[in-house]
Design a protein around this ligand. Structure first.
Ligand code: PEP
Ligand code: MN
Length: 348
């Protein structure tokens, strides 16, 4: 439990005085003798002998505070520094220290669109094909997805390329059907707190890609992950996809800090979605780099052979060439990440 101002004991006079005298020696002469120099960090005592009541916390206390904050998700938190859930989908392992890229169109549109994209992203190093067959759209007039037809096309693309498939499930009743075709079930941002859906998806036994709600805190995300784990499915990946803030220049605000926090406290792999965070394709490679640098275990990126004509999210979809370039540019960053091995590090 964190220390409150009222609980904090007053510090004895002697030692603090000495520190203050030491501080004075580094203050330029012209600034000396003009009354109190405010202390930084609450450490130094004034003439009254009382310390400033700003709490000082060590790193360990901060981690303890996090444990309190995330106490509702006990099975999601690390029990030891090397406590990591490795999530397997097809022959792909996520969270084992390697960096895994999922890529593909926002929506499955046509056989040609999906096959062309799948072949190209596989050749560029992606291991998992994304594509929505059931689409959560803000407008009832927007394309809602091909449904079962889309699932069949995804399975066909897996057959042709060997890529594992991740696709969104939107309704609890659809979970068994989606699980029949997909290797990973995506729970979309808008569904993160749909507990009936979380249960139905969890019970299929397929790994779950759980996207952070756009107004969900890290604790909210972990609580939803805990639900999935509690329903007997430990294979959950946490996805940072940008959150709603006052900023309007980007579609969402990419919360890179969340990646760092999650990597530190959670035993589940962390995936970054720079596409939905940015909303603009030009920003995607830079956000992807920041995700690698922050220690994410992988990316999910929207790619389309002709983004200008995409049926959904074309503005944020990379072209096939953009994707090739991004993957080539990311390679040295991924090597650095592996060399640092901070992806598997934690604070004890
Ligand atoms: C998507 O992945 O296409 C999608 C709709 O994502 P989100 O749920 O993060 O908005
Ligand atoms: Mn999309």
């Amino acid at each position: 439990m964190s220390e409150t101002i009222q609980q904090r004991p007053l510090r004895a006079k002697g030692k603090a005085k000495t520190e203050r005298e030491a501080d004075a020696s580094v203050i330029p002469k012209e600034h000396q003798g003009h009354g109190e120099i405010p202390s930084l960090g609450g450490g130094a005592a004034g003439d009254s002998g009382l310390v400033s009541p700003v709490p000082q916390r060590s790193g360990v206390e901060v981690c303890d505070a996090w444990k309190d904050q995330f106490a509702d998700a006990p099975d999601v938190l690390k029990k030891a520094p090397d406590d990591h859930q490795i999530v397997k989908a097809g022959d792909v392992a996520v969270g084992d220290g390697s960096f895994v890229t999922m890529a593909g169109p926002c929506s499955v549109e046509t056989e040609r669109q999906l096959m062309e994209t799948a072949q190209r992203v596989a050749a560029a190093g992606a291991r998992i094909l994304r594509g929505g067959a059931f689409k959560p759209r803000s407008s009832p007039y927007a394309f809602q997805g091909l449904g079962l037809e889309g699932l069949k096309l995804l399975a066909q693309a897996r057959e042709a390329t060997g890529l594992a498939i991740v696709t969104e499930v939107m309704a609890a009743a659809d979970a068994p059907m989606v699980a029949e075709y997909a290797d990973i079930l995506q729970i979309g941002s808008r569904s993160m707190e749909n507990y009936a859906l979380l249960e139905a998806a969890a019970r299929t036994g397929r790994p779950i890609l759980l996207k952070r709600g756009m107004v969900a805190t890290i604790a909210d995300l972990l609580r939803s992950a805990q639900c999935v784990v509690s329903y007997g499915n430990p294979n959950v990946m946490l996805c940072e996809r940008g959150i709603r803030t006052f900023e309007t220049a980007t579609r969402n605000t990419f919360d890179v800090s969340a990646i760092v926090v999650l990597k530190e406290i959670a035993r589940l792999p962390v995936i970054a979605d720079p596409s939905h965070a940015a909303g603009r394709r030009r920003m995607v490679p830079a956000l992807a780099r920041s995700a690698v640098a922050a220690g994410a275990d992988g990316l999910i990126v929207e790619v389309h052979p002709d983004p200008e004509r995409a049926w959904s999210d074309g503005e944020q979809s990379l072209t096939l060439v953009d994707f090739d370039t991004m993957m080539a540019d990311l390679a040295p960053w991924c090597d650095l990440r592996a060399a640092c091995s901070y992806a598997l590090e934690t604070v004890a």
